[in-house]
Ligand binder design. Structure first.
Ligand SMILES: C=CC1=C(C)c2cc3[nH]c(cc4nc(cc5[nH]c(cc1n2)c(C)c5CCC(=O)O)C(CCC(=O)O)=C4C)c(C)c3C=C
Ligand SMILES: [Fe+2]
Length: 431
């Protein structure tokens, strides 16, 4: 392992300290649960005792925007899409309230309910499943989203549907599996400890028994983007740095322009989305074995950046500007016309950008000896029809990467704004 690799965990810790401190300072939310309440009782270490423990820190649950969007991307993901199985509007509203309480507790490092592990006594099922007992908050964020189907005629929410919340169109090359597509609701749980992320989803699903059922889910084991300049750029399953040119937390103007829904964006039924963002998820299988037999030159031409440094082809450093006019000694563009970064760049798309927050995944092998691995692409944006759709259309048409990937899952969700003290999820929706 290189020195760079060896210091990965340390880097995450150092970066995490700076980034988390920044986020905490800016969030201004109060805690209904002090992190110490259950976590300290469980013997969990304090997040403030050393720099290395920054990965353990709690990220504020409340604030202007939901955590888990622009807060520093953690290393682990458990994403779940759910369908509502009840026809009772009040049961759904109550669940969103119960989820808020449990999510706030868990993100603070506490059990899903007070005394959840054993406090209910020997004759009742525990209110917390227990596998995160004693573990620190681990940077857990829980982000909720509502799918287009939630706004059908079942719960009287049709008039509250935001205009921008539309099913995605079909794209050339899509190989979507209905069992990995859609959903009435989603929960994105990210943490620096996989057990903490899995525990969060498991306990929310448990709370929702009889009201919601899991439609599909995805685990992710390594972030594929940076959402803060304090974070090192990670690598995807093709071995390339991913997230270099992402929208970052330190760019408030870009966030306002490309990520957060503005007051004036929807003055109709979806006015409650101001301060929120739309999430697009795509499960993208990467044909690892084919890629691994591809020459370095071809790999770099497909991406448009060099593999080691992550620099744009024709430049030398990772954060150098992409020069699409530059030509190599052979007179051909240094960044090929079909390169992924050329086609996805704002200069080729009328200024469009998105905030990427995806994860690597490996779900074993496919039965014929190939890894079922890839990128669980997650992106946040102000309006999918104006951002993701034209970007993905351009990629689907000409991206050299298409030879090596396959989109087999897809969903879109409206993620409401953050909560003020005393507010709960669903309050604005059911008002
Ligand atoms: C529709 C949006 C995008 C999909 C789908 C997508 C899939 C995908 N991307 C990579 C690898 C890389 N992507 C990189 C940059 C990049 N990708 C998108 C969008 C989608 N990617 C954008 C907007 C950008 C930034 C372009 C720019 O402004 O320069 C990079 C380069 C590093 C970086 O800037 O992040 C890599 C590498 C894979 C493997 C993949 C599907 C599996
Ligand atoms: Fe990309």
């Amino acid at each position: 392992m290189t020195d760079e690799g060896l210091s990965r965990r340390r880097l995450l810790g150092v970066s995490g300290t700076a980034a988390v401190a920044g986020v905490m300072a800016g969030a201004g939310g109060a805690y209904a649960v002090s992190r110490g309440e259950d976590a300290a009782a469980a013997g969990a270490p304090s997040s403030t005792t050393s720099g290395a423990l920054a990965l353990d820190a709690a990220i504020p649950f409340r604030g202007e925007h939901q955590a888990g969007i622009v807060t520093p991307a953690q290393d682990r993901l458990h994403f779940v899409a759910l369908d509502v199985v009840t026809k009772d509007r009040e049961q759904l509203r109550q669940l969103l309230e119960d989820w808020t309480r449990a999510a706030e507790r868990m993100t603070a490092g506490a059990e899903a309910a007070p005394g959840g592990l054993v406090g209910g006594g020997p004759n009742r099922a525990p209110e917390d499943t227990g596998e995160a007992y004693g573990l620190p908050a681990s940077g857990l964020t829980i982000t909720i989203g509502y799918g287009p189907s939630l706004f059908d005629d079942r719960f009287g929410l049709a008039a509250k549907r935001p205009a921008a919340l539309q099913d995605l169109p079909a794209f050339t090359g899509d190989q979507l599996d209905p069992r990995r597509t859609g959903g009435d609701l989603c929960i994105q749980a990210c943490a620096n400890d996989p057990q903490v992320a899995v525990h969060a989803v498991r306990n929310l699903v448990r709370l929702g028994f009889g009201v919601v059922a899991v439609r599909w889910s995805q685990l992710g084991f390594g972030r594929t983007s940076s959402t803060s300049t304090a974070q090192a750029t990670p690598r995807n399953m093709f071995g390339f740095k991913d997230g270099t040119n992402n929208v970052k937390a330190e760019e408030p103007e870009s966030l306002a322009q490309h990520v957060w829904v503005a007051d004036a964006d929807d003055t109709g039924g979806g006015a409650w989305m101001a301060g929120g963002s739309y999430l697009v998820a795509r499960r993208i299988r990467m044909h690892i074995e084919v890629w691994d037999r591809t020459s370095l030159q071809e790999q770099e031409d497909v991406i448009g950046r060099d593999k080691k440094e992550g620099a744009p082809l024709g430049a030398t450093k990772e954060f150098d500007t992409l020069d699409f006019a530059k030509k190599g000694p052979d007179g051909a563009p240094s960044i090929p016309m079909t390169a992924h970064v050329r086609l996805a760049h704002e200069s080729q798309l009328g200024g469009i950008r998105i905030l990427r927050r995806g994860y690597n995944f490996t779900d074993g092998s496919d039965g014929v000896g190939h890894l079922d691995a890839g990128l669980f692409f997650i992106a946040y944006m102000r309006d999918p029809a104006k951002q993701f759709v034209p970007m993905q259309r351009a990629l689907a048409k000409a991206d050299g990467l298409n030879e090596y990937i396959e989109h087999n899952g897809s969903a879109v969700f409206a993620c409401p704004p953050g909560l003020k003290d005393g507010e709960h999820w669903g309050q604005a929706l059911f008002a």
